[in-house]
Write a protein that binds this ligand. Structure first.
Ligand SMILES: Cc1cc2nc3c(=O)[nH]c(=O)nc-3n(C[C@H](O)[C@H](O)[C@H](O)COP(=O)(O)OP(=O)(O)OC[C@H]3O[C@@H](n4cnc5c(N)ncnc54)[C@H](O)[C@@H]3O)c2cc1C
Length: 369
């Protein structure tokens, strides 16, 4: 049986592990902490390529492909794991609070129409029918019905659960220090206490990927960008879909709470929550939905998004240690791109020559990887 070690048990490592075990691999997952405690723990799980990706950008194209896989992915995962996954495709409503913003969204609505994507401009007079809680000063909003969100904690737990049900072993508090070439084309993963040898090693350590040395290779060009997020108490039914504004977004959770995200801060590996960050999120929430102005905070979370120089992930075989497959640098869209990433890694594991979209190739920045 071919063996694989997945380094990192965030949403990427978990979905990759499930995908590899389905392809017949004997999988070990190692994580420096516990599963899902990196960026994954703070993630809002919004699936919105037509907001996150600029028109005609690679992110929009790749995000679209990622979103297309989601229904089937969640269906199979729920069946395979026996665990529920929070998932809704109720759309996004991108709200304009100023005239220039309304003009921008009006143009965007036209571009979506040209691309054959359903996107409906909702004028201010009709907003009450679509989302009655929206700020009455809104000048209109763009509704994109295909968007949605997924509960990232439930998704990650289910993926690891499904992988473990098929024999995957998860080793917590076991950080990889170095990956090197092993015998007969394999790779060795060294931790403080043990060395694993595997036919395939997947580097999925998110923001920390640059701290794991791949012998002979440059550090992975991925840096941490902090995000803070609040979970607010709200009345059930207050919102019907994800609400997006220029300063952040709101995700209505099935239990009636609302996620308010997220800050974008370049502060190195500092995972603290800050008063300013939380205050800004409260302000953003109240500006979009005045009824949230005094909602109690149930929980505040923080995580480090793994950012590459062009914000797209690095997915592909290492040219230096070919048994290594990189699956990192997903920045703001790791959840959206997780099923697609898992699919690509499975293909690369089976066939080292398998094609990966050019925009994701690890060597595109000129680093020796
Ligand atoms: C506030 C916030 C909101 C977000 N919202 C969205 C959203 O709405 N939609 C979306 O698609 N994305 C969103 N993201 C981005 C998304 O969460 C990330 O892209 C995704 O979680 C990255 O997953 P990952 O598994 O690569 O990294 P991580 O979740 O960070 O996992 C990496 C794992 O590697 C482990 N690790 C670190 N070092 C080592 C080592 N040496 N050895 C072994 N293991 C190691 C860590 O402990 C961690 O568990 C958001 C992120 C944040 C912070």
């Amino acid at each position: 049986m071919t063996s694989a070690v997945v380094v990192g048990a965030g949403v990427i490592g978990a979905t990759v592990a499930w995908s590899l075990v389905q392809a017949g691999y004997d999988v070990d997952v190692i994580d420096a902490r516990s599963p899902g405690e990196g960026a994954t723990r703070a993630s809002a799980g919004v699936l919105a390529p037509y907001i996150e990706g600029a028109p005609a950008s690679p992110l929009r194209t790749l995000g679209h492909e990622g979103l297309e896989l989601y229904d089937t992915f969640v269906q199979q995962l729920t069946r395979d794991s026996g665990q529920p996954v929070v998932y809704a495709r109720g759309g996004t409503l991108e709200v304009a609070l100023t005239v220039p913003e309304a003009e921008r969204l009006g143009t965007e609505s036209g571009l979506l129409w040209q691309a054959g994507i359903e996107g409906r401009w909702v004028p201010a007079a009709l907003l009450d029918e679509v989302e009655p809680a929206i700020n009455r000063e809104a000048t209109g909003a763009l509704l994109v019905p295909m968007h949605g969100f997924v509960g990232v904690g439930s998704l990650t737990r289910a993926a690891l659960g499904a992988a473990m049900a098929r024999g995957t072993r998860v080793h917590t508090h076991t950080g990889a220090v170095q990956i090197a070439s092993g015998p007969q084309g394999s790779a060795e993963v060294r931790t403080a206490s043990r060395t694993w040898t595997a036919d395939v090693v997947v580097m999925a350590a998110g923001s920390w990927s640059s701290q794991v040395t791949v012998e002979g290779a440059d550090p992975v060009p991925v840096t941490p960008i902090r995000g803070q997020l609040l979970q607010l108490q709200a009345s059930p039914g207050l919102l019907h879909r994800v609400i997006w504004g220029t300063a952040g977004y709101l995700v209505p959770w099935p239990d009636g709470t609302v996620l308010a995200g997220a800050t974008v801060e370049d502060v190195g590996f500092d995972e603290s929550l800050t008063e300013d960050g939380c205050a800004g999120l409260r302000q953003m929430a109240a500006a979009l939905i005045p009824a949230l102005a005094h909602s109690p905070v149930i929980e505040a979370r923080t995580g480090l998004r793994p950012k590459s120089p062009d914000d797209l992930p690095l997915i592909g075989r290492s040219a230096v240690v070919p048994a290594v497959i990189y699956a990192t640098g997903h920045y703001r869209n790791g959840v959206l791109l997780a099923p697609y990433t898992a699919h690509l890694v499975q293909r690369l594991a089976r066939d080292p020559q398998a094609a990966v979209p050019a925009g994701m190739r690890p060597d595109r920045f000129g680093a020796r990887l």
